[in-house]
Design a protein around this ligand. Structure first.
Ligand code: PLP
Length: 384
């Protein structure tokens, strides 16, 4: 076997966390060492520093770090007193956590369909879901759009429906932190936005982490208390039932270093996405980025005619190229969520997409040679 043949069969990572670790090298080691030296592992100085930087990055008044993207959603719903009898609308074409938090606090998730072109929540289906909830005797309370795969949802149309029906908007930007809608970074749409710093996310830490973004001073103060068992900042009284929901100082130190290179990484992801779309547009349906939107490409997801996906995944696997399917079985079809209502008219687009989507390796360190290997393998497999 010549050297080329060996290189061509090297396994490719789906997300290359190691390449970024190598690039940041000593900067991360030193940042973590600073925390090990000052020993303020809980709410140490890096937490405030990170929160200030995150708020400035999104252009919001408050960024409140917390233990995960799931906790971030939970903290907002708890702070708003959402609970039994309340309907919270969310897409089903998403990770289970979006609906999980709603059920966990005792409210009812009502599943809404998505737009076929963007994979994001569909305002017309949201309107139908609101009437579904009312018919069931539930009180429409909030909508949780998801900026899926890094692409912002249609925030103007969601805001319009939300305002008409008295809902607050909690934007689940776990996959979309850093993306922009009509000139503003996510973080500014609705009452609050949340994100996840899970290692595979566009901005990930070295464990679990998350954050809430809001311009609402009262909400921010309440969330700062709720993440410390409901003890409001500066008070001895436990005035709320809260949780252990803080981000570790070590994770904040890691994120401060990663935030420095994040804009450059977003550009690299966009470059890779553009190359994929240019070269694969004639063999698959490639993702749409509507005018005025930018994506951070948490996933690069193509669509194929039903029945082709498994063959493509197997052919790529044989060449050391991993793929993933987000989401082959959306939450509303899982055991834990089957009992919750879905919008009148059903979720036909969600079910259709679940049969058609497949995600290719995507990260900021995907060099052209490796990407061409993926592109060629996809074309070969689909032309068989
Ligand atoms: C859309 C969405 N919401 C929420 C979460 C939960 O984030 P975490 O894993 O940090 O709890 C995720 C994580 O994958 C997600 O993709």
């Amino acid at each position: 076997m010549n050297q080329h043949a060996r290189l061509d069969s090297q396994p490719i990572p789906f997300i290359d966390v190691l390449a970024q670790r190598r690039r940041l090298g000593r900067a991360i080691d030193e940042a973590v060492a600073r925390v090990l030296n000052h020993c303020q592992f809980i709410l140490g100085p890096e937490i405030r520093e990170l929160e200030t930087q995150l708020a400035a990055y999104c252009g919001v008044r408050h960024a409140i770090s917390c233990a995960s993207g799931t906790d971030a959603l939970t903290l907002v719903l708890l702070a708003k007193g959402v609970g039994s009898g309340d309907a919270v609308f969310c897409p089903s074409f998403t990770f289970a956590a979006t609906a999980e938090v709603v059920a966990l606090i005792g409210a009812t998730p009502v599943f809404v369909d998505v737009e076929e072109a963007t994979f994001n929540i569909d305002a017309a289906s949201l309107e139908r879901a609101i009437s579904t909830a009312r018919k069931l005797g539930l009180k429409p309370k909030a909508v949780l759009p998801v900026d899926l795969f890094g692409l912002p949802a249609n925030h103007d149309s969601i805001a319009e429906v939300a305002e008409d029906s008295g809902l607050f908007v909690l934007d689940d930007a776990a996959q979309g932190f850093g993306a922009a809608y009509k000139g503003s970074k996510l973080g500014k749409f609705g009452l609050a936005t949340t994100t996840s710093f899970f290692p595979a996310k566009p901005l990930g830490c070295y464990g679990d982490g998350g954050a809430v973004f809001t311009d609402d001073d009262t909400l921010a103060e309440t969330i700062r208390g709720l993440r410390v068992h409901g003890q409001m900042p500066g008070k001895s009284e436990f005035s709320h039932i809260g949780m252990t929901g803080r981000l570790d100082t070590i994770q904040a130190a890691v994120l401060i270093e990663k935030l420095k290179i994040f804009p450059e990484e977003i550009e690299a992801r966009n470059l890779a996405a553009r190359r994929y779309s240019e070269k694969l547009g004639n063999v698959a349906i490639v993702p749409l980025v509507p005018q005025g939107y930018t994506s951070v490409w948490a996933q690069y997801t193509i669509r194929l005619a039903p029945g082709l996906r498994d063959g493509l995944a197997a052919a790529l696997r044989a060449e050391g190229i991993p793929t993933a399917i987000y989401y082959a079985k959306p939450p509303h079809r899982h055991e834990a969520y089957k009992r919750f209502p879905i919008a009148d008219g059903g979720l036909p687009i969600t079910d259709k997409l679940a049969d058609e989507v497949i995600s290719l390796p995507m990260h900021a360190y995907l060099d052209e040679t490796t990407q061409d290997r993926i592109i060629d393998a996809v074309k070969r497999a689909l032309s068989r």
